[in-house]
Design a protein around this ligand. Sequence first.
Ligand SMILES: C[S@@+](CC[C@H](N)C(=O)[O-])C[C@H]1O[C@@H](n2cnc3c(N)ncnc32)[C@H](O)[C@@H]1O
Length: 269
Amino acid sequence: MPKIVNTHQAEAWNGYEGHHWAEYQDRYDAVNSGFNDMLLAAAALAPHHRVLDVGCGNGRIAWLAAQRAAHVLGVDLSGPMPARARAAATGVPNLTYQQGDAQVFPFPPHAFDVAVSQFGVMFFADPVAAFANIRGALRPGGRLAFLSMHDLGDLAEVFAVFGGTPVPVSADTGPLSPSDPAVIDRVLTGAGFTDVAAEAVEAEQVWGRDVADAAAFIMGWGPVRFALRNASPSTVDRARDAVAAALAPFADGDAVRLRGTARLVTARA
Ligand SMILES: C[S@@+](CC[C@H](N)C(=O)[O-])C[C@H]1O[C@@H](n2cnc3c(N)ncnc32)[C@H](O)[C@@H]1O
């Protein structure tokens, strides 16, 4: 097992959070798949490219990239999620997954043409060090393209029932930290990247087939579970009812669809 410095995140992604993501792979893919084509287009993949997927999770983006490029390596802090990804990639010879901390992973120098990430670069304790390590894995002139959270989009309305977001908000670390273009520019420039560009993008996210299904899934999501960790069973029941009521306006036929917002960031090594 390679060195890990993001120990707190490693515990989360190898604990409840990572197991939840692995178990509900299809559900999380349904939430985020509306962003896939935007990220792949920004990555501008070519058949000869060697691609690194940072924080690859259950591996969907790496799998899609492997259909368009020469080779893809997915790296993730989690054990359960890349295990899931490996199982789905049987018979895809140009795709490998490794467990590791991208902040300090011993990538072969300049071995990749493109680094991509779908919401996997928002958790570094030292973002400048982490992106510098990723830059070192890219050939000079290589491309970085990633998605990070912008704000909570329509989820903010659902989370209002908790009196605010259960997702930790901090300027420099935490999942919402790479949402401010000035922070993104400072971090990536500090890590040695150039031509940094960040645009706001949106996609429809499917959270469940109906209100009860979506509420149950959201109640199991790591940040919500954590926010309610000391709550009594009756409080949890009331929270589930409140989440379901907040989701009702988003139910549409056979799905509950929320607008998700993200930053699509590109830069050059
Ligand atoms: C929100 S999930 C996104 C997973 C996947 N890219 C997707 O779109 O479904 C964040 C992922 O980043 C990974 N991650 C967090 N910090 C990491 C680090 N320092 N190095 C590598 N992976 C990391 C987590 O284990 C998790 O799989």
